[in-house]
Design a protein around this ligand. Structure first.
Ligand SMILES: Nc1ncnc2c1ncn2[C@@H]1O[C@H](COP(=O)(O)OP(=O)(O)O)[C@@H](O)[C@H]1O
Ligand SMILES: [Mg+2]
Length: 183
């Protein structure tokens, strides 16, 4: 059984800090405030659980870290500073990022999301292999056979048996094992 250990904050490196984040939506001509000044810090290696009743704003809040708010929503005030990975020196405020090309430097590379419902978040028309390989090609500068090899390694790493066969399968029905891991 895994040993439970309290996270050691003494030398911990902060990688994400949200301060007083306010998120609003335009809804049928009215402005609705969904998040009213939420702050949090996340340290490297730390697991942080955000708990709240359905509709309290967990998804809306965390989608702001990846530029994934619905079209009618925006971060109205506050800051979200990422200081992990490639941004560990200078840091980057995620709130002003508007363009997709800027988000692509973050999303899937620095910050990723495992969606709750794999049956609707996976593309049923694309093979498992292609869906994983897309991220590998985009962010790891690999192509063709190399990208495929990396994709097979990833499948193997998470305990998927017969990765070559799984690579060619489509998500929903044929592949509950992958769906359960949220791909
Ligand atoms: N695109 C949107 N337009 C208007 N309101 C939205 C939109 N997306 C989410 N909301 C509202 O934001 C609130 C928080 O929702 P959500 O973050 O999904 O809650 P949780 O993930 O905690 O269950 C809810 O009241 C929801 O209706
Ligand atoms: Mg949610």
């Amino acid at each position: 059984m895994a040993e439970w250990k309290r996270f050691d904050y003494s030398n911990a490196e902060k990688i994400l800090e949200a301060k007083d984040v306010v998120v609003k939506f335009n809804l049928r001509g009215r402005v609705l405030t969904a998040i009213r000044g939420i702050s949090m810090e996340l340290y490297k290696g730390e697991s942080l659980a955000i708990v709240g009743e359905s509709g309290s704003g967990k998804s809306v809040f965390t989608k702001t870290f990846m530029g994934l708010l619905d079209q009618n929503g925006w971060v109205d005030s506050g800051s979200i500073t990422y200081t992990g990975g490639a941004f560990s020196k200078e840091g980057i405020d995620l709130v002003p990022l508007k363009q997709e090309k800027d988000w692509l430097k973050i999303r899937g590379k620095e910050i990723a999301m495992v969606f709750q419902d794999p049956m609707t978040s996976l593309n049923p028309l694309k093979t498992i292999g292609k869906q994983i390989q897309e991220t590998v090609e985009l962010h790891q500068n690999l192509k063709g056979a190399e990208a495929k090899k990396k994709t097979l390694d990833i499948l193997t790493d998470v305990g998927i048996t017969d990765p070559e066969r799984r690579y060619k399968q489509y998500p929903p029905m044929s592949f509950p094992a992958v769906c359960a891991r949220g791909w």
